[in-house]
Ligand binder design. Structure first.
Ligand SMILES: [Zn+2]
Length: 453
């Protein structure tokens, strides 16, 4: 079956980054067959033909860091300090989740991802890869799923106290069950939670296994000042330098946050082709500024992630793109840094590169997977559209995303989600979220006096 999108503003993000004004995209099965000027002879009589009337077509966005298991905890971390957030809120919350909770939480996240134009994401680690895999298969999205892996650290909940070998064995078990399922959309990576909770032995063995299976490693790296203080006290060097000494810095390491990096560590990222996920909202809340302008100057190609709902509440790539466009200008006192075209690269083809999939998606080119979005600028928040590329970053909201396609299948069309029952998931997710708060004994204080009427 073919789908023919015609008369659009096609932002390809391909090798030469051509934009086709009045162009088309022809899709057959899972793949893009032609882009730009479409030969009418290629279009079969029974093709689904959609006249875009000038709307944009872009590659689907790639969210390179999103905690799908945290979605139903939303609100749990607002306005509290880091240690309260971690020990009194997040650990009790996550350690009280069931496999079914993780499944529903991932379905809930999928709704927000699809609505904000995401077609592919990377999950850094929930407790139940099986639940996340089930939900990702149903949603129609692509996901790189990892387990939250911890083999050391003070005060961990009993259920999380595991040996190094147990953690490695569980990941291999998940990988062998779920990797490359759902037409290849569901993949399993190795996870390393943070250097606070991972021994050197675990880190080194994880790298060996990731190389053996040809998959990536997803790790929070140099995310907080407290982490920097910890690694200098313990190892006499920063996290990145320590990972280099362990032989782990490589093309298949996805390093997330990467806020506290020295010049030497930036050079190591460049040399080893380490992948970077920039998460501006969560960085602004507790962590600090990642050195994105410097990375762009050096040719390190960062990507963008939203983090989890317990850290930043909004799993919305459009919001993260907008924040990325603003915060570095403020930090550098220079309104020319991190321009919109770099942000679009970060959200599309550099995201695909970060997930080691740039041969498959991240740009609109013949032969690639049909992962794309249709954007309708109509409405008071985005019109008039004068600078057409910049407006995608500086003016667009996620409700301008009209339709989302992954692997040749519409996940959302005209703002209606087609793969999931949205209302049923919202209801189930709210009930499960509240039940976990109860089980974990988390009580959020009233911020204003409440009178029940
Ligand atoms: Zn995270």
């Amino acid at each position: 079956m073919q789908t023919y999108l015609k008369n659009g503003y096609i932002v390809t993000m391909g090798a030469d980054e051509t934009v086709y004004d009045g162009g088309g995209v022809l899709i057959e099965g899972e793949n893009i067959v032609a882009v730009g000027r479409i030969d009418p002879k290629l279009v079969k009589p029974d093709a689904e033909v959609i006249d875009l009337q000038g709307k944009y077509v872009l590659p689907g966005f790639v969210n390179t860091h999103v905690h799908t298991s945290q979605q139903i905890s939303r609100g749990v971390g607002d306005d509290v300090d880091f240690m309260t957030w971690l020990h009194k809120r997040m650990w009790p919350y996550e350690s009280n989740m069931t496999e079914e909770d993780s499944y529903v939480s991932t379905l809930m996240t999928s709704l927000e991802l699809i609505r904000s134009g995401v077609t592919s994401f990377a999950e850094p680690g929930g407790q139940f890869v099986s639940g996340m895999a089930r939900a990702t298969a149903e949603s129609g999205l692509r996901g790189k799923l990892a387990k939250s892996v911890m083999d050391c650290g003070e005060g961990l909940p009993a259920v999380w106290q595991k040996t190094t070998q147990q953690e490695l064995d569980e990941q291999v078990y998940d990988l062998e069950r779920f990797h490359n399922t759902a037409d290849g959309r569901v993949q399993v990576w190795f996870g390393l939670r943070t250097i606070f909770n991972n021994t050197d032995e675990l880190i080194v063995k994880t790298k060996e296994l990731a190389d053996k299976y040809g998959v990536g490693i997803h790790m929070h790296v140099a995310e907080a000042k407290s982490e920097q203080e910890f690694t200098y006290a313990k190892f006499g060097e920063g996290t990145v330098k320590h990972l280099e000494n362990l032989g782990v810095l490589d093309k298949n390491l996805l390093a997330v946050h990467t806020v506290y990096l020295t010049d030497e560590e930036l050079e190591l990222f460049k040399k080893r082709e380490v992948k970077v996920s920039h998460n501006p909202a969560s960085a602004m809340r507790v962590l600090g500024f990642a050195r994105i302008p410097e990375m762009l100057d050096m040719g390190i190609m960062p990507s963008i992630g939203t983090d989890g709902a317990s850290s930043s509440n909004r799993m919305d790539m459009v919001d993260e793109m907008w924040l990325t466009s603003l915060i570095h200008k403020g930090r550098m006192l220079d309104s020319t840094v991190v321009p919109s075209q770099d942000i679009l690269r970060m959200a599309t083809k550099w995201g695909a590169r970060a997930l080691m999939d740039d041969h498959l998606y991240g740009s609109l080119e013949a032969g690639k997977k049909a992962d794309l979005i249709v954007i309708d600028p109509h409405g008071p928040s985005m019109m008039p559209v004068n600078d057409r590329i910049a407006s995608l970053v500086t003016a667009m909201h996620s409700n301008n995303i009209q339709s989302t396609m992954c692997n040749g299948k519409w996940l959302m069309k005209d703002r209606v989600i087609l793969t999931l029952d949205e209302e049923a998931i919202l209801k189930e997710a709210c009930a499960r979220g509240a039940a976990i708060y109860d089980r974990a004994g988390i009580v959020l204080p009233d911020r204003f006096p409440v009178v029940k009427v």
